[in-house]
Design a protein around this ligand. Sequence first.
Ligand code: GUN
Ligand code: FE
Length: 428
Amino acid sequence: IFRATVLDTPDDPFTGGALRVDHDGGIAVEHDGIVCARGGFADVVRDYPDAEVVDLRPGLLLPGFVDTHVHLPQVRVIGALGMPLLDWLDKCALPEEARMADPAYARAVGAEILRGLVAAGTTSALVFGAHFRPAMEAFADAVHESGLRITTGLVVADRVLPESLLTTPQRAYDDAVALADAWADTGLRYAVTPRFSLSSSSELLDACGAVAYARPDVFVTSHVNENPVEVERVRELHGTDYVSTYEKYGLLGGSTVLAHNVHPSDDELRLLAARRTSVAHCPTSNSALGSGLFPLRRHRLAGVRVALGSDVGAGTGLSLLKEGLQAYFMQQLLGNQGEPLTAAHLLHLATAAGADALGLHQVGDLSVGKEFDAVWVSPRSDGVLAGALEHAKDAEDALAKVFALGTDADLGGVWIGGQVPLARHTLV
Ligand code: GUN
Ligand code: FE
């Protein structure tokens, strides 16, 4: 039984749901990692008198965070300033991605990102992979040891990018099917991953669509409508709007996650909603690259599913607390076109909305019957968060302070399926 004040958002605050709060709550977890009881601590203890008690007071217990867009080969290039998207790709991201041709390098980077995700309280992620199949095989090994819930795939491109990163449509098809087959039933889920339409011929997108058609269990992920120059070049190359470049090849659906969508037309939003495709909103990346202010209200009014992504390495770190805060800032900066966000919205975006986008119905909140994926906010003693929490007006105020002030150093524990993941300590 985990004893703490428990906060989660099983009811969507965007449709009237409120933050769920159990002051001095108890969550009983079976040995298989499933939550079997939840409520006031005294009540739960009465029902399970022999259970071991893990006392997490005076901290807060939240659902594990879900990062719906983060790049495996970019952890070592976080923090570049002063470049728009296409310059940043040329000068910063792609030279680092070329180093992933060495599987030993890929393995080290993979362990680094998995440790970083867990340190940030992230328990599930859709990871944008590398352009090299041996790198993805090395990463898969690291994922299996880590205990994280990961969806990922080989990134493919056949034009515009440096030669060493390119493939062919046939090879893209064969590699994706081989990796998806190898990973079936291992817990690691495959994502068909064309980098973006700008680096894809029609034939490559068609090959990606063929994999998704042949393997209905796989996810699809890519980028969309991130930067105005990029959007214009995609129109010149493909002759349609950006979302239609994916629609045309069968790449939209409920298991597709497209990152950014900062500059959509109303028609594009309607199509994304009709296909139940999710958008990964990546606010520190959009801010760092100057990509623009994300029109969250237009997404919500159109009925498009939205979750959060760190977009490391354009994003400035793996913390979804930071992304949540930046999402809040961005809506404030949009003035009367912004969507006013509360701490409950931020928590929902970082947890339940992410789980929904990734089709992970067994996680996202801490209800009975879910798997126990959780993060313990336990403020470091030498910071200001501890005092701020002690004097918070109520639970929602406390949660706002966690988003404003919380860092990795304030996370005292992480569980995935009731277990402390290996990546928390020893993954190399
Ligand atoms: N578009 C295509 N590749 C990338 C990438 O690596 N990062 C971002 N932010 N946008 C992209
Ligand atoms: Fe990205």
